[in-house]
Every structure is written in structure tokens, then in C-alpha cells.
Design a protein around this ligand. Structure first.
Ligand code: 5AD
Ligand code: SF4
Length: 467
């Protein structure tokens, strides 16, 4: 199969450009405003930046105020039940916008409506929503908006498991110094708890040259922190002609001149190769930070999760990363309360957390997702046990985080300044290469710049220093 099968054709993109022009002509001189509400992960943040790009190209201005928006898009998440509840509640409140102004156009996209039952629910219970699609039809927003402006039939797009990559969609980035670059979409792994493969389809990689060109342009524009995004960036390139690897991509990106950091989000331990680890250690551009989702420290639970690695394999990757990259910062994702997780299993997780010494972890209580294998597994864990394990795990981690942060006192670190703190005009927030927050005071606004900070104080969640 040729890699071109994975891409939206030039003709289809040209068709959308026609719709873009038609919308622009229709709304000319009306000064219409568009708003996007984003829930969920960085992939959704990145998609929303493309949605805003499309809004601008159609002649809308982008607003942060949903009350005055003529076009509203909700970009949803489905990873846990809580995220879906929030999405439905956000969509619910736009009923009033439509009642107030029947010309308001309302769309819903992202992972939630990519599930048939949610799309049906939106069709039948949210009559004021004009169009709904999942994650693979973002480039068709001009067509959907044009249809809604002309009071056409409501649109509900059924997503295939092979959605295509659309190159050349305009982007409006939130930040002028931090950027997301999607390098691949979808996932082939079917971890038994996870809805992602069902809502984002199979893995598709962007062509290496397209990624490199985008990163080079960003660096030339002054971007300092670029995160390469994918559900499992370690399997990048498998579907491309010539099968380039993530290590090849990183080696090429490292040749780009300039002062910038590259982060990766997210890696799957089963595909973390020595070539990738070497690419990180060879390059001073690839951040000395590795986010390596553990999910569980128990071999039996990992098997039932369909993760394809065990405790030993995970620890051997960590060891190799530590040996080849002095001072590397580890972060991870962990699920507590997966069906059948015993106290012993949970203790295995605590054991790995203590052995790896992560700088920080993201902990989640298992949330059954309709359509996934774990949804109907026996031995679902009661909510109070999940909560208790969640708290115990965080207590263990907080002590580790605090000790690791305290060990930074006296050291001088390079940070990227992110902006003023919310409560104090003279205090700035910044981040290290390992994503740790560092507060410092300054009379000058250094937002978006790399500076060196000497750490003088530390607590569990942040470091404090002086320039
Ligand atoms: N319940 C709880 N957490 C989940 N995650 C994915 N699916 C679920 C679920 N059903 C977590 C995993 C993943 C992170 C993004 O979300 O830890 O790495
Ligand atoms: Fe979900 Fe597993 Fe794919 Fe990550 S690798 S997106 S956890 S199925």
C-alpha cells in the first residue's frame, strides 16, 4: 500500500478551499466571531489550534468570549467518564446562545462524538447542535459551516477507523514560544482500558519532510519548546515509504540550527528502542526528559491491560535511559483500580514508583469506557478502593517529588520563561527542560526567553530561584 493512501487528496483540500471562500463571501462585513472550547489532551489542543486557523481563513475573528460568539466549536475528550460529562455540560450551556441568536452555528468534534452512541445522543438530545464529527474530518469544517449558514440539514459524520491526514490546514498557535507538532495520529495498541484506538483510528504518520519543515519554520519564528505529539511516537514511520523511525526523525531535527528544546509526547515502553535512547543522548536539542507511561507495576495487570511489557522490561529501559543521559527526568501515567487489581498488584506499582524515582506522575482512577475490553471485565474495583489507592500513590510520589526538588537547591538550571504569575506582577513562572515549574522575581518581562536560574528553595510541586 502506498503511503499516499493515508492523506487527504489535493482535490479534497481544494474543494474545502472553495467552501472557505464561499463562507468568507457570505459573512463579509458582518464581523462575525468564533470560539472554540477545548477539553482533553495536547492532541486536542493542537487540533484546536488548527480549528482556529480554519476559522480565521473563513473570515471570522477568534474570540475568548463564548457569549458573543457567532460560531462555537466544542472539541471534546472521551478518555474518562468525567471528561465526557464535562463535554456534555459545556455543550448544554450553548443551548442559550442559540435561543438568544438562532443564527449561531454550533459544532461538536473530537473523541466523544467519534463514538456512535454519543453521536446519536447529540443528534437526538441536542437539537441546537448543527454539525458533529470525530477527529478525522477537521479539514471539512468550511463545508460544515457553509451548510449551517445556509440552514442545511444537520450533519453527523460517521468516522472510519482509517481517517486521513490533512496537510496544509492553517494553524493559529496559542503561544509564541511553545508549539505542538503532531507527527502521527491514531493508535494501534488497543490497551484494554483505552478508548483512543476506537475514536482516533489506526496509526498514520506524517511524512518526515513535512514534520522537519514545520519544526524548522517554528525555530526560525523563535519557538523555543516544541513538543512532537502522537499517541505512541515510538512507532512513528512504520506506515511510511522506507519506514523511517522516530530515531531517524530526531536525528534530522537535531541538525536544525538554533536554541530550542524538543519534547516527545507520548512514548510506549514496548517500542522504546536503543536507537531512540541514543538519539536523545546524542542531541543537546532533545530535552533530557522522558515521559514513559507505566500504567501499572504488576505483571498480571500489565498483561490484562495488553501492554506487551513487564516490570523487568520497563525497568531495563529506565536503566538504559539513566545510564546514557545523566540527570534525565522521568514522568509517567499510572492507572489505579484496573479490574482485578489486588493489593499485591498495587504494591508492585508503588515499588516501581519508588525505584524509578519519577519527578512527577499523572495518576488516574480506572474509568470503564464502553466498547473497550476492560469495560466488561470481572472484578471491577469499588470506587472507594480506587480512591484510597489513588491517595496512597500520590502520597508516596509527593515525598519523592519533594526530595528530588530539594536536591536541586544550589544548582543553576536553564529555564524557559512562561509568563507572569497570576497573583503577583513581579513573580514569573518558568519551566526546566524536565518540565519542572520554577518561580522567580524579575523587574523585566523575560517571557519566551531562555535564562539561567539559581534554585534557592523547593517544595513538592515547584522550585524557587533567582536570576
Ligand atoms: N481510565 C483511567 N485512565 C485512563 N487512561 C486512559 N484510559 C483510561 C481509563 N479508561 C490514562 C492512561 C493514559 C492517560 C492519557 O490516560 O494512563 O496514559
Ligand atoms: Fe491508549 Fe494504549 Fe494507544 Fe496509549 S498506547 S493511546 S493508552 S491504546
Amino acid at each position: 500500500m502506498s503511503e499516499d493512501m493515508n492523506f487527504v487528496t489535493v482535490q479534497e483540500m481544494a474543494q474545502q478551499a472553495e467552501y472557505t471562500k464561499k463562507v468568507r463571501d457570505m459573512i463579509k462585513d458582518k464581523q462575525l466571531k468564533a470560539f472554540v472550547y477545548t477539553l482533553g489532551c495536547q492532541q486536542n489542543e493542537a487540533d484546536s489550534e488548527r480549528i482556529r486557523g480554519i476559522f480565521l481563513s473563513m473570515g471570522y475573528t477568534v474570540t475568548d468570549d463564548e457569549e458573543i460568539a457567532d460560531l462555537i466549536m466544542v472539541n471534546t475528550c472521551a478518555i474518562r467518564e468525567h471528561a465526557e460529562k464535562r463535554a456534555l455540560s459545556v455543550i448544554g450551556r450553548y443551548k442559550h446562545n442559540k435561543a438568544r441568536n438562532p443564527d449561531t452555528v454550533i459544532g461538536v468534534c473530537g473523541c466523544m462524538p467519534a463514538q456512535g452512541h454519543r453521536s446519536e445522543q447529540l443528534k437526538h438530545s441536542y437539537h441546537y447542535v448543527d454539525f458533529v464529527f470525530g477527529t478525522g474530518s477537521l479539514h471539512k469544517i468550511p463545508e460544515y459551516v457553509y451548510n449551517a449558514l445556509n440552514k442545511g440539514k444537520r450533519i453527523f459524520v460517521a468516522e472510519s477507523d482509517k481517517p486521513k491526514i490533512a496537510e496544509g490546514v492553517p494553524v493559529v498557535r496559542e503561544s509564541s514560544f511553545k508549539a505542538w507538532v503532531s507527527i502521527m495520529y491514531g493508535c494501534n495498541n488497543f490497551c484494554t482500558y483505552c478508548i483512543v484506538p476506537y475514536v482516533r483510528g489506526r496509526e498514520r504518520s506524517r511524512k518526515m519532510q513535512d514534520v522537519i519543515n514545520e519544526v524548522r519554520t517554528l525555530v526560525n519564528e523563535g519557538y523555543k519548546d516544541i513538543t512532537l505529539l502522537g499517541q505512541n511516537v515510538n512507532s512513528y514511520g512504520k506506515d511510511l515509504d522506507g519506514s523511517p523511525t522516530i530515531a531517524d526523525l530526531l536525528n534530522e531535527i537535531s541538525k536544525i540550527e538554533g536554541d530550542f528544546w524538543i519534547h516527545l509526547m507520548t512514548s510506549h515502553p514496548k517500542d522504546a528502542s536503543s536507537a531512540l535512547i541514543d538519539a536523545i543522548s546524542k542531541s543537546d536539542k532533545i530535552a533530557n526528559h522522558f515521559h514513559l507511561p507505566l500504567q501499572s507495576g504488576s505483571d498480571t495487570v500489565l498483561k490484562r491491560m495488553n501492554r506487551h511489557y513487564d516490570k523487568e522490561k520497563y525497568l531495563s529501559i529506565v536503566k538504559e535511559l539513566k545510564e546514557k543521559n545523566e540527570g534525565i527526568v522521568f514522568t509517567t501515567d499510572i492507572i489505579v483500580g484496573f479490574p482485578g487489581e489486588s493489593e499485591r498488584d498495587f504494591e508492585d506499582t508503588l515499588d516501581i514508583v519508588k525505584r524509578v524515582e519519577y519527578d512527577s506522575i499523572y495518576t488516574f482512577q480506572f474509568s470503564p469506557r464502553k466498547g473497550t475490553a476492560a469495560y466488561s471485565m470481572d472484578d471491577q474495583i469499588p470506587e472507594d478502593v480506587k480512591k484510597e489507592r489513588f491517595e496512597r500513590l500520590n502520597e508516596v510520589q509527593n515525598e519523592i517529588s519533594k526530595a528530588k526538588n530539594e536536591a536541586m537547591i544550589g544548582k543553576t538550571v536553564k529555564v524557559l520563561v512562561e509568563g507572569k504569575s497570576k497573583n503577583n506582577d513581579k513573580i514569573y513562572s518558568s519551566r526546566t527542560e524536565g518540565n519542572k515549574i520554577v518561580h522567580f522575581s524579575s523587574d523585566k518581562d523575560l517571557t519566551g526567553q531562555f535564562i539561567n536560574i539559581k534554585i534557592i528553595r523547593a517544595d513538592t510541586f515547584a522550585l524557587y530561584g533567582e536570576i
